[in-house]
Design a protein around this ligand. Structure first.
Ligand code: FES
Length: 143
């Protein structure tokens, strides 16, 4: 999606400026962008509303996340939240990952999102959790 980087939804309250700059920075310079060939989690999810997609790669070593990368196409919020999420995943155990909640994503983002934009913001977490289920064989689908 083409993104207007100064829209009203990108935080309009006092004090949002610092978060807005952080979001735009992650969108323009996504951290951990790329792919991992030998990853335990390789999972893609789509935002059904807009068709934007994220593919997430997570590699574990000795029970902790050794590396994480992502690829995708999406709006500033979806790309920025995914970039931010990859930064907090390193060194986490699987159990710690499973405890991540949508509130953790919104806290990283720092601005309030409307209902439609929430789907953008949570695409990263949905991709991660579906990827975990897939890795554990709970969804019956193989990578
Ligand atoms: Fe597609 Fe945000 S508009 S993920």
């Amino acid at each position: 999606m083409k993104e207007n980087l100064n829209p009203d939804w990108l935080g309009s309250e006092e004090g949002d400026e610092i978060y807005r700059e952080n979001i735009i920075d992650h969108f323009k310079n996504p951290r951990n962008y790329g792919e991992i060939v030998e990853a335990e989690i390789k999972h893609s999810e789509l935002n059904a509303i807009c068709g934007d997609m994220i593919r997430l790669f997570v590699k574990f070593k000795e029970g902790k996340v050794e590396d994480v990368k992502f690829k995708g196409n999406g709006c500033a919020i979806s790309m920025a939240t995914t970039s931010m999420m990859t930064e907090i995943l390193k060194e986490k155990t699987l159990e710690e990952i499973k405890k991540l909640k949508k509130e953790d994503i919104f806290e990283m983002l720092g601005i309030k999102l409307g209902v439609v934009r929430m789907k953008c913001g949570l695409l990263c977490l949905n991709t991660l959790m579906k990827g975990v289920e897939q890795m554990e064989g709970k969804d019956g689908i193989k990578n």
